[in-house]
Write a protein that binds this ligand. Sequence first.
Ligand SMILES: [Ca+2]
Ligand SMILES: [Ca+2]
Length: 104
Amino acid sequence: MISQTKTMLAAALLAAAAIASSAAIADEPAAADTGKLKSGLSSTAQLLQLMDTDKNGKVSKAEFMRFMEAEFDWADKNKDGELDPKELRHLQYALTHPTKGPGR
Ligand SMILES: [Ca+2]
Ligand SMILES: [Ca+2]
């Protein structure tokens, strides 16, 4: 009887944990939204993968700057150290299409 109560309690705790974790997912604004946002989310996830060099799930300023520097150098096609509007468009494209860009 006691072990049965414990089992019930464990099941209730598991259910509560499942509800809590699904509620946490629902709190993500993009998760509940349409396909357009989902593709935005996946490119965000791809960007995170590209930027997050120590793989801690977050992008530090150093990681961000390193990434952007590589992006800048890649976009600066004529290597004059400046981005003209056309080069800036390349950069914008690379950032919105994480499969394009330096080293990928
Ligand atoms: Ca990181
Ligand atoms: Ca340039």
